[in-house]
Design a protein around this ligand. Sequence first.
Ligand code: G6P
Length: 606
Amino acid sequence: MGVVAERDAVAILLEGLRRLEYRGYDSAGLAVLDAGQRLQRHRTIGKVAALTAAQAAQPVYGHTGIAHTRWATHGAPTEFNAHPHIACDEVAVVHNGIIENHEALRRELRAQDYAFHSQTDTEVIVNEIHAQLAATGDLGQAVARTVQRLEGAYALGVISSRAPGRLIAARKGSPLIIGVGIGEHFIASDISALLPVTQRFILLEDGDIAELSCERVVIRDRNGVTVNRPVQTSELSAQAVDRGHYRHFMLKEIHEQPRAVSETLEGRLSQSRVLEEAFGSEVGAILDRVERVQIVACGTSYHAGLVARYWCESHAGVPCDVEVASEFRYRSHVLAPATLLVTISQSGETADTLAALRDARERGYLATLAICNVPQSSLVRESDLILMTRAGPEIGVASTKAFTTQLTALLLLIIALGRRHKLSADCEAAFVRALHNLPRQLEAALALEPSIEALAEEFVDKRHSLFLGRGVQYPIAMEGALKLKEISYIHAEAYPAGELKHGPLALVDAEMPVVTVAPNDELIEKLKSNLQEVRARGGRLYVFADAATAIATEDGYVVQTVPQSDEITAPIVYTIPLQLLAYHVAVFKGTDVDQPRNLAKSVTVE
Ligand code: G6P
């Protein structure tokens, strides 16, 4: 985050950091140029509130400043490692990303007598800028020369006592946007930080360096040529990223799902058909040629991909592979002709997913399609086709509405693809009816909250848990387990229920809660047998079941009836009780729900 303004920058920086805190929060810091153009800095470990307190205790003021929340990569979360880093009291830098050649640069700079006070890779940047500033006398040039020497990924904000009223920004591989105000300019890694001060933004391209002053923004591309990047207006309001009356962002986002899914569907369905033209005019011609699908994603988005594979193969009749991006990008794989690469990402900035996309573009995929929630993101800008999920800003680190809207968007895509293969018009009409019903069914599932909250209390003293599902519900069980481990820190593992007897059954005893999703689908009888296997070993089962399954609460079983859903969209509906379970367990345990320890919302480093 950075500000150059006529007014005091500190309050804007602190509010911006508070809004960016979901991206990283183990330490925070800010630096401003004071009235005498000297650098003043605060750094604290922990959250932005600690930085705000430090500022209140010993205020600093200035019109030009930078600030940062950190998610540690190089070096522990200590005050010394917190940004901004300062060289020789003259240059201050905030940095996202990873500099891969930091060791070589550090050796060189040490030989020039530069001192290092932290274990971060960032400190080589600030020292190198300082050295280049001494050589050139110009901060913009110093940054341009420095970035030429950096290998890796970065988004940078730079200020200097030798360049009052100026803020330099540079990006490669990590997100960075410019906020355009009236007589003031800003930088941030996400527009949500700047919504209180502007709705007008410039998206920097990879390799761009921007010089900001109150009056103007000058952008040079990777070749040093001055370029005009368009100013875009965001429709988001500052309130869209407020918690409202909810105790946590995660709870707000769980409850927003019926509305978010309606938004995903808006304009994309008729009564009985998916309107694929609404995905963009070029989509049809590409889908005509698709013979296979390769999905790549990370975390929760990967789970959405796993659900889509079941749908794609059984309903569209199109072969589909799914892989986590960090594996996919480093594995040589055999590419079949006419394969569509689908990336799924809430943020559109996840480093591994982006790298997989970039790599795939060179490997000869038919086309790339991004399912994404952030319109200005790199993933959206670099893909051939885009399907926006329209979930609205998601702040809670544990993804909820992003996931259900991803599933909704994936189903739209698979229907559009499937009608070119084995999906009949009748089937399509039935799926479309199910999609029309979905927001209502999600509302009904949310109404289970009080009873799930009561049930959650039983998990508070548990250390381990198992989640079971079969078929398309297996990835839903994986997502339920991920939610629980992310925010309650209870070890949770998901298994396909049929695999239980090949190992995990050995773990089952009265201390091991076993959570199961059981819609009334074609695998229900098989699932019931698996549940009996658990019960016979003294395990305690928590079953989210359709009433028609006739699974009832009895010895060893706690059954929560989930309102009826359509079979095709049942994975989306059954996600809700698992989210609510994880949420309420975490609240009972008193963990930091929105910002769980060690995790970040948007992982823009490898
Ligand atoms: C992080 C987040 C997860 C998210 C994953 C992928 O790990 O904590 O919630 O699922 O990144 O993020 P993406 O933005 O690519 O969906």
